[in-house]
Ligand binder design. Sequence first.
Ligand code: C5P
Length: 218
Amino acid sequence: MQTRIAGCKFLVTAGPTIERIDPVRFISNHSTGKMGYAIAAELAARGAVVTLVSGPVALETPAGVRRVDVESAGEMWRECTELWPQMDGAVMCAAVADYTPAEVSPVKIKKGPEASPDLILTLKPTKDIAAGLGRTKRPGQLLVGFALETDNEEVNALDKLRRKNLDMIVLNSLRDAGAGFGGDTNRITVFTSAGTKTAYPLESKTAAAAHIVDMFFE
Ligand code: C5P
């Protein structure tokens, strides 16, 4: 199985996206990119040709990985849709913003008058990159997604697996201590489109990455 990974071309997305409001402010999330970087490192260590499309993070590029830095969901969408046709697989780890400001102010937004200080920001939805790749997936291409949930975890994960045409989805719950954003550990459950469910104990993100990659092409 691992011999099939050597030489394969993989796209990995990681980190948050940031969506500009004005020249000094943005909307983002708590993703640090650690899980995606661990997967990119694991794939490269097994001989895959890895392109890591990364939002802004404070991490070193893993050895042997080509990294493309992007900022917004729109930029990540453009890079990924262009790269996808030449890939054997993609692992969508990025915490992509679901909404972006409808307009970016070219100048710093000033405070409102004391009598009416509220600021209403209009947001528009971003494109779902994983779902876009799922729509154009060729036979033989492997598409893996992540689901970070706070409630109704399994139902939500299985719904995303189906809706985005994924082959595999990795669920982590913010309810689990030691899982989710920032830390060096995760507790994952992997669901496949073939109907399997595999739960792993709390482990390092490096160990979780190895478990995830072990399931590719099985
Ligand atoms: O729908 P939700 O954002 O929870 O789905 C999570 C999965 O979809 C992750 O694999 C994430 O990287 C991917 N995703 C994406 N583009 C978006 C939103 C999510 O690729 N705009």
